[in-house]
Design a binder for this molecule. Structure first.
Ligand code: COA
Length: 168
């Protein structure tokens, strides 16, 4: 059996597998299966599912921000422990940005908790690789917007980059 990684848009048939993968990827928040189904249904064109031997090993949910469609918001990034450290998360981001639907995207945004070193590593590396500016500010504050026991979510903005300047 081939161990090739297959990158594709998620479909509603992936919803349960997405839910399972995310539950195995702390510190990601688990969502309801219904939420994961909506990600796979309405945000399929800006999200990616990666399978190896029919098993979901990577997933990104992302969307174009309705008020500012030149901005891609990356909601969750999940890579199975089995395939971490091999560049898969970086490739998934590049795969989404290379799609026609993202042709006008000049800015990537996400939120990261201060302690999530892997996530900071992923996005600072992306900014460095593409020589894009990175800025950050607190967005969803623990004890105010989020329950006190939750970590504050820091909004990270990468870009803007020039049209056509992103080598993917
Ligand atoms: C974060 C995560 C998606 C990274 O997946 P991955 O496929 O291993 O990441 P990549 O191999 O593409 O790494 C990209 C960069 O991130 C950095 N990075 C990855 N894991 C890291 C870690 N544990 N600590 C510090 N930096 C890390 C590396 O520096 C790498 O840069 P490089 O190209 O110079 O080596 C994965 O660890 C994961 O699913 N974690 C649990 C869920 C989570 O925290 N998701 C992110 C929040 S949205």
């Amino acid at each position: 059996m081939s161990s090739e990684l297959i990158f594709d848009r998620p479909s509603i048939d992936d919803g349960l597998a997405v839910s399972k993968l995310i539950s195995h990827c702390p510190p990601l928040d688990t969502n309801s299966v219904y939420c994961n189904l909506l990600q796979c249904y309405h945000f399929s064109s800006t999200s990616v599912a990666v399978k190896r031997c029919d098993e979901l090993v990577g997933f990104i949910s992302a969307y174009l921000i309705p008020e500012t469609p030149d901005r891609l918001f990356v909601w969750q990034v999940a890579v199975s422990e089995k395939v971490r450290g091999q560049g898969l998360a970086s490739k998934m981001i590049a795969h989404i940005l290379a799609r026609e639907v993202c042709a006008s995207v000049r800015v990537l945004q996400t939120t990261i908790t201060e302690s999530n070193q892997a996530s900071w590593g992923l996005f600072t590396r992306f900014a460095e690789k593409h020589a894009a500016p990175l800025s950050s500010e607190q967005l969803f504050v623990a004890g105010k917007h989020l329950p006190a026991q939750h970590n504050t979510e820091v909004l990270v903005t990468i870009g803007p980059w020039l049209s056509g300047s992103l080598e993917l």
